[in-house]
Design a protein around this ligand. Structure first.
Ligand code: CA
Length: 235
């Protein structure tokens, strides 16, 4: 890695924090760390890290409040570390502006993949003016966002307009979870009266068209109670 990314690690469990710091450092990241939400907010402002890794259960302030405070002034990627089974916490965190999450206990490979995807999506956002790359390739899937063509293993896939929009949206956010709410608003507009059932029906049709085995999707996976995630470029 030419340029070292700075990660602000906010975790109040000293053992987990030290373990994560070791792994992140050995993977080429600079790590700033704290166990307190208030310190995290001041470090976020003073160091402007490339990414914040945030445990939601902190002693001095709710992690959700940390997300809302950071989002008042910064788009820095925030990856939340959440306890297993707290789906509503994840959705709230994403709605508050977090970019993604990992669930405890997590594997380091998964954590590193989430960090890479969040950093890449944030640099894409920053460079989106004048971006020329319109072809997205994820394994055998190819999405050409200029010609609005989707192919799987070089075979064109016929999608309805809505299906295409969903695939394109998820592909532009490869590796990152998108909540049902975000997808619904992006595809049908902020005031459209539609429910997740409509999205589910479209997703079933998309999977039938792009997946080898729609019951074991390779491209678009379901994050139960949260949303959908397109596979990352390199995992
Ligand atoms: Ca904690």
């Amino acid at each position: 890695m030419n340029q070292k990314y700075n990660i602000l690690l906010v975790e109040d469990d000293a053992r987990i924090r030290s373990f994560m710091e070791t792994v992140l450092t050995s993977n080429g990241y600079n790590v700033l760390e704290t166990d307190k939400a208030r310190t995290a907010l001041s470090m976020a402002a003073s160091h402007n890290p490339d990414l914040m890794l945030l445990d939601l259960g902190l002693s001095d302030m709710d992690g959700q409040q940390v997300i809302r405070s950071v989002r008042e002034w910064s788009n820095m990627p925030i990856v939340v570390v959440s306890a297993r089974g707290h789906e509503s916490d994840k959705v709230t965190a994403l709605d508050n502006g977090a970019d993604d999450y990992v669930t405890k206990p997590f594997g380091m490979a998964e954590l590193l993949a989430r960090i890479r995807a969040a950093l890449r999506n944030s640099s894409l956002r920053q460079n989106s003016s004048g971006a020329s790359g319109t072809v997205i390739r994820i394994r055998g899937l190819m999405v050409d966002t200029e010609k609005r063509i989707v192919k799987v293993n070089d075979v064109p896939v016929h999608l309805t307009q809505i299906e295409y929009k969903i695939v394109a949206l998820l592909s532009c956010n490869a590796g990152k979870v998108l909540t049902y709410d975000v997808i619904l608003k992006e595809i049908w507009g902020p005031y459209a009266s539609c429910d997740t059932q409509l999205l589910r029906v479209n997703m079933a049709n998309i999977r039938r068209k792009i997946e080898k085995d729609p019951s074991m999707p390779e491209y678009i996976t379901t994050e139960i109670g949260v949303g959908y995630r397109m596979a990352d470029y390199d995992d």
